[in-house]
Ligand binder design. Structure first.
Ligand code: NAD
Ligand code: KPL
Length: 319
């Protein structure tokens, strides 16, 4: 990144919107979003998971975001899960397995009509949250942006990308706030297609990078294995009424493998760092759907078992 590169954010705006954005999760994506919303002058609170984390956050003086050579501090106000004040708009930026437990803790602060933006990877957690909050508006998101944590409350913006958001309703007026915050996004009337396609990509790439202990580009040496998985995933997508997500899957998987050849997949990184993976919302979800449809997908099921054994051998959760 050239030294004179500027953060891709607009200058602060002087006119603040009335609805406060609550961001749950001071991790990679939550911090990336919070920093840009704060920079645009939007009213914002960051929700920390425990009183200890809140205290540590306050001691740090805010969030630090690095983009290229530039690091900026954003002294966003932090608050506890049980702060008590109502939440009207929430960005849920935790891992898929933390989404429902987080919502259960926050439920007393959510009113009918509260809007939630769900940033989780994979499928399953979004429906679980939406089912738990039938009176709220749950908008699903899929993003190609990349960020990672570089210490407490310090996040590095690692990959420019795009976020697709959508539900069955009309686009909300606050998309203009994302525009103002410089968050590249599109409203997608068919967000399920995007989520399924991303799930299929992640199922074809991530587990194999763990089992072969390689970067994404290492899968170019396992073309037959990848192609076999893509055939089964295509079949699954079609049977799940996702024909558009099935189209050109094999080619797209190969394109992503080449474009991200030097990267370790998110699942590889989780396992390498001894962290819980999101397998339950990726490969598990795909296998459960296949079972529900009585669709035999032997390669996918064998991959699932191999991955579970691999995780168990390292003392990591298998779902
Ligand atoms: P992360 O682990 O960096 O951050 C999650 C944060 O949520 C953590 O700080 C955690 O402490 C916090 N959290 C969990 N439960 C909480 C609770 N009850 N209250 C308050 N805070 C709570 O995760 P991430 O990388 O930002 O990923 C979030 C989601 O976005 C995942 O589903 C991931 O797959 C997806 N995603 C991430 C990236 C990326 O580049 N990081 C890219 C695409 C998709
Ligand atoms: O989304 C990804 C991930 O690692 O989770 C891909 C697209 C495979 C890039 O690494």
């Amino acid at each position: 990144m050239p030294a004179d590169d500027r953060l891709p954010f607009p200058p602060p705006a002087d006119q603040a919107s009335k609805t406060v954005w609550h961001v749950l999760g001071a991790g990679s994506l939550g911090s990336l979003w919070a920093a840009r919303l704060a920079r645009a002058g939007l009213p914002l609170r960051l929700i920390l998971r425990s009183p200890e984390r809140l205290e540590a956050y306050r001691a740090a003086g805010g969030l630090r975001l690095t983009y290229g050579d530039e690091t900026q501090l954003y002294p966003i106000e932090g608050e506890a899960l049980d702060a008590g004040t109502p939440i009207r708009r929430l960005l849920l930026a935790c891992k898929a397995y933390d989404a429902l437990p987080a919502i259960e803790r926050l439920a007393p602060r959510l009113a009918p009509g509260t809007e939630l933006l769900l940033l989780q990877n994979g499928l399953g957690s979004q429906d679980a949250v939406a089912a738990a909050l039938p009176e709220c508006r749950c908008i699903f998101a899929s993003t190609t942006e990349g960020a990672f944590r570089d210490g407490d409350f310090h996040v590095v913006f690692a990959g420019l990308g795009h976020t697709w958001l959508g539900d069955a309703g009309a686009p909300p007026a606050w998309l203009a706030e994302l525009e103002r915050a410089g968050i590249p996004h599109s409203w997608s009337a068919d967000i399920q297609t995007r989520l399924w396609r991303k799930l299929a990509l992640n199922c074809a790439i991530n587990p194999l990078t763990v089992l072969h202990d390689c970067r994404n580009g290492g899968l170019l040496e396992h073309e037959e294995e990848v192609a076999g998985l893509c055939n089964e995933l295509r079949e699954l997508l079609r049977r799940c009424d996702q024909p558009t997500a099935a189209e050109g899957l094999r080619e797209d998987v190969e394109r992503v493998i080449r474009a991200t050849a030097a990267n370790y997949s998110s699942m590889h990184q989780d396992v390498a760092h001894g962290r819980r993976s999101e397998i339950a919302y990726l490969l598990d979800h795909a296998c459960r759907e296949a079972e529900r449809l009585s669709l035999p997908l032997p390669r996918l099921q064998s991959l699932h078992l191999r991955l579970q054994k691999h995780l168990a051998a390292r003392g990591l959760p298998v779902d």
